[in-house]
Design a protein around this ligand. Structure first.
Ligand code: TDO
Length: 182
């Protein structure tokens, strides 16, 4: 497992080592000891989630606030997404900056997204199965987000706007400027 720093403090790209043989392949999807030794971070994942999305489906930009904030380790089991992490920690030097990476079942990359970050992804393949670990439980009342096309964040989602598919909730998220929880 190779673990690389990104341009955002505390956000890491994980590149698993894949073992292939005549039966198929094998890789470790998470190893707490390796993760902690390499990153210097302590994590205690308590919830695993999985979603299935159609081409163009954009989920985000989401986070949970306050005591319910979540660090996430995200990956794609099948298909491909463009994954985006946004630093929304007000006191961070990289506040408002984002990191994006294509995650797919061929590269098997994973992204570690720290607490206080916004997270979103758009599906680039016909369908994508997305899986992630969280270090805090789902807490509906603490859900928050920023609209995907926020002019300040200026994220290039790499898909024409008319092909995007968003939930009603995600269509009415506030801009960074209007986010009252920040
Ligand atoms: C996230 C979540 C949702 N749900 C329920 C609530 C709702 O009825 C249904 C679908 O929820 P959502 O529309 O919020 O799902 P989704 O848009 O996939 O939300 C996710 O987006 C990505 C980008 C993230 O980073 C995640 O943390 C999460 O916010 O599932 C849970 O029961 N537990 C959970 O942990």
């Amino acid at each position: 497992m190779q673990i690389e720093k990104t341009n955002l403090d505390g956000c890491f790209l994980l590149k698993p080592r894949v073992f292939e043989d005549e039966r198929g392949s094998f890789f470790e999807t998470f190893n707490q000891q390796v993760f902690e030794q390499t990153t210097g971070l302590n994590v205690n994942f308590v919830q695993d989630n999985q979603s299935i999305s159609k081409y163009g489906a954009l989920r985000g930009i989401h986070l949970q606030t306050g005591d319910h904030s979540q660090a996430k380790l995200v990956r794609v089991i099948q298909g491909e997404v463009l994954d985006v992490a946004v630093d929304l920690r007000k006191d961070s030097p990289s506040f408002g900056k984002s990191y994006q990476v294509k995650l797919n079942h061929k590269n098997n990359y994973q992204l570690f997204i720290p607490k206080g970050f916004g997270h979103g992804f758009v599906t680039l393949s016909k369908q994508a199965i997305f899986a992630y670990k969280c270090d805090a439980y789902y807490h509906k009342a603490s859900e928050a987000g920023i609209i995907y096309n926020d002019p300040t964040l200026n994220i290039n989602w790499q898909i024409p706007a008319e092909e995007l598919l968003l939930s009603p909730k995600d269509q009415v998220l506030p801009t960074l400027k209007k986010a009252n929880w920040l």
